[in-house]
Design a binder for this molecule. Structure first.
Ligand code: SAM
Ligand code: SF4
Length: 316
């Protein structure tokens, strides 16, 4: 359906948990950070009911996220049920990849079309530093299995962090020369743990083009500006939510793991739909979509998101 500002809203991101098996320093505190009690967590049945209502309102694309969605024990069943809702054309997952090696095949079989794997460094010791735990080689194994299972195109999500991985931009980009996948560089947004970072951590997406000037622009894909090497198989995307926000063309709404619709990532507005059914659920979601805010506050260093939740409690 169209919202008040005539944007076609067809994309729902569903956070299935706020728990995570990593503690990325920009996203979650080292201790705690998982604030949803199990009785507040949406059940698989509730998620499917909400997806059915969403589809009748024009949603065709779903992304499952978290926290880390693959830590949820019933994740494959959730995906199978969501994929079987008539009208769903695409079911993607955003994951840190740690548990993907074992789950890639079952997820594909359940109807997941593709995955985005978040990876901020290609170096083992830096991986440990940024995630505070977890093994880099397990993520690499997960990416391989996702490719083998046909969860393609696999997209790598890399958050640009000044002082941490700017020197690896070329290494990431080079992966797309031979491999048929996409590396998407995303600007660090002032939300969650990273609001304590120094100004130098927040760099513009254009730094990618400074580091790899031979990239050729090839258009747009959703919110990403797309580039490739002249002889490249894959693509490089730049997503700039801070330096060039894309509210005017935003086509998504979000569902939090405790059952609230979040019409805008950076607004404090949340609409509780857990516990609603039938007509009441449909109309509440319809209103939430229609009144989606025109835009969020201008973000920059010192001007942080108005969201009341950290990213692991929204899903990115
Ligand atoms: N745990 C899963 C993962 O890491 O892919 C899914 C949830 S995570 C919150 C989704 C995405 O949000 C990840 O790619 C992560 O890097 C990104 N993210 C978290 N905090 C961010 C921030 N402050 N700015 C930009 N991206 C952020
Ligand atoms: Fe977990 Fe993803 Fe946040 Fe990292 S970015 S702490 S993997 S939710």
């Amino acid at each position: 359906m169209r919202d008040k500002f005539d944007r076609e809203i067809n994309y729902l991101r569903i956070s299935v948990t706020d728990e995570c098996n990593l503690r990325c320093i920009y996203c979650m505190p080292n201790e705690g950070g998982c604030d949803t009690y199990s009785e507040d967590l949406l059940s698989r049945k509730e998620i499917v009911e909400i997806v059915q209502a969403a589809v009748s309102l024009g949603i065709t694309k779903i992304r499952i996220t978290g926290g880390e969605p693959l830590v949820r024990p019933d994740i494959v069943d959730i995906c199978r049920d969501v994929a079987s809702v008539k009208g769903i054309k695409e079911l993607a997952i955003t994951t840190n990849g740690l548990l993907l090696a074992d789950l890639a095949e079952p997820l594909k079989e359940a109807g997941v079309t593709r995955v985005n794997v978040s990876l901020d460094t290609l170096q083992t010791d830096k991986f440990r530093r940024i995630t505070r735990r977890g093994k880099y080689k397990e993520v690499v194994a997960g990416i391989r299995k996702a490719l083998q299972a046909g969860l393609t195109p696999v997209k790598l999500n890399t958050v640009l962090i000044g002082g941490f991985n700017i020197d690896e931009i070329r290494d990431f980009a080079e992966l797309t020369r031979k491999g048929d996948f996409e590396v998407r560089f995303i600007e660090l947004m002032p939300i969650g743990e990273c609001v304590k970072f120094p100004k130098s951590a927040f760099v513009k997406g254009d730094v990618v083009l400074e580091q790899v000037p031979e990239l050729v622009e090839v258009g747009e894909s959703g919110v990403a500006r797309m580039f490739r090497f002249a002889d490249g198989k894959g693509k490089v995307g730049i997503i700039s939510p801070v330096s060039q926000h894309f509210c005017l063309t935003c086509n998504k709404i979000r569902l939090t793991c405790d059952g609230k619709i979040k019409p805008c990532l950076h607004s404090s507005e949340e609409i509780l739909i857990k516990g609603l059914h039938g007509e009441e659920l449909y109309h509440t979601m319809e209103e939430a979509i229609f009144w989606k805010p025109a835009k969020h506050v201008d973000l920059s260093y010192g001007y942080q998101s108005e969201s009341k939740r950290a990213m692991n409690r929204i899903g990115g």
